[in-house]
Design a protein around this ligand. Structure first.
Ligand code: IPM
Ligand code: MG
Length: 369
């Protein structure tokens, strides 16, 4: 049996708490003979800064490069508000994305029927929702240069970020979206602000041309990013795959998360290009939620997004779709049985802790194995 090399980077806040539940799932899969893991652990974010003054150390970057998949918790918190910008907690995550060239961020938003009442939207709007946001992750305003604050010398300063996209970056993320759509409901909605941004004009042109050339069998529509934000809360089930840039994708995926009941539900996969020689691709899996410092250490965080991210690793890094399905089914079973963490407690028959939810998912996995 193949051994999968994992690097666990729990990070800060609730990161270590939710990561502990992934470790339970991994241990169960290993003990039951379903999969074999070689696990390394490292530090990222504020915890890395406290240990060695960097948001991620060179040696942990080396482990990340060598891993088949990085499993990432969350970074940041008020404790590190004052640290220098280039070593702030988020810099660790951004470096991982950039250095591992993880340009494709997949953020599926699924509303389990059992959770429809936990959403801030009406049940009929969200029940059965299943959309995939494909966010470009290594370009755009997150990384464009110049990126600086300059002193204008007259008591004024100027903050500059640069939104920049080249054709190849738009094409490769477009391909990911079209390929995914073909395996789903065959529809892609591309989103930008071509009415005000040159990068949006190019984005629209490149996606349109790619569609015509290689993916004419897939339905394509374009929505301006502001309008798409509105449509996401008005009638989200119109969407199948949404493809958009780094910044719009960041915002829209937080909106999508709330449709599912809680930010604690949304997993994500960040993928690099498939290596033509080895057939492998670099990958990092992380929940969309952050470090939630307000609830950290209380044992009440929802581990489902983290466990779901691990399921995505089984599917996208290891080709173990059946194991991924089994993990996702275990989560659905636990929710259907009425177990909830505090963030999704609407309709709960029993509110459980972080560890209680992890144990229940493992028990459900065991029951259906
Ligand atoms: C996300 C987060 C990150 C981002 C932060 C932590 C840098 O919000 O993954 O959505 O902005 O990309
Ligand atoms: Mg975000």
């Amino acid at each position: 049996m193949a051994t999968y090399k994992l690097l666990l980077l729990p990070g800060d806040g609730i990161g270590p708490e939710v990561m502990a539940e992934v470790e339970k799932v991994a241990a169960f899969l290993q003990a039951s003979g379903a999969a074999q893991f070689e696990i390394e652990r490292g530090l990222v974010g504020g915890s890395a800064y406290d240990a060695h003054g960097q948001a991620i150390s060179e040696s942990d970057m080396g482990l990340a490069q060598a891993a088949d998949a990085v499993i990432f918790g969350a970074v940041g918190g008020p404790k590190w508000d004052g640290v220098p910008y280039d070593v702030r907690p988020e810099a660790g995550l951004l470096r991982l994305r950039k250095d591992l060239k993880l340009f494709a961020n997949l953020r599926p938003a699924i509303c389990y029927p059992a959770l429809a009442d936990a959403s801030s939207l009406k049940r009929e709007i969200v029940e059965g929702l299943d959309i995939m946001i494909v966010r470009e992750l290594t370009g755009g305003v997150y990384f464009g240069e110049p990126k600086q604050i300059i002193d204008l010398g007259n008591g004024q300063k100027r903050g500059i970020d640069t939104q920049v996209y080249d054709t190849f970056e738009i094409e490769r993320i477009g391909r990911v979206a079209f390929e995914l759509a073909r395996k789903r409901r065959n529809k892609v909605t591309s989103s930008e602000k071509r009415n005000v941004m040159k990068s949006g004009v190019l984005w629209n042109e490149v996606i349109t041309a790619l569609h015509k050339r290689e993916y004419a069998d897939v339905e394509l529509e374009h929505q301006l990013a502001d309008a798409l934000g509105m449509q996401l809360v008005r009638w989200p089930k119109q969407f199948d795959v949404i493809v958009t840039d780094n910044l719009f994708g960041d915002m829209l995926s937080d909106v999508a998360a709330m449709l599912t009941g809680s930010l604690g539900m949304l997993p994500s996969a960040s993928l690099g290009e498939v290596d033509k020689v080895t057939g492998k691709r670099k990958a990092l899996y992380e929940p969309v939620h952050g470090s939630a410092p307000d609830i950290a250490g209380k044992g009440i965080a929802n581990p489902i997004a983290m466990i779901g991210s691990f399921a995505m690793a089984m599917r996208y890094s290891f080709g173990q779709g059946a194991i991924a399905d089994a993990i996702e089914k275990a989560v659905a079973d636990v929710l259907a049985a009425g177990l909830r963490t505090a963030d999704i407690k609407a309709g709960a028959t029993k509110v459980v802790s972080t560890a209680g939810m992890g144990d229940a998912v493992v028990a459900a996995l065991k029951a259906s194995a």
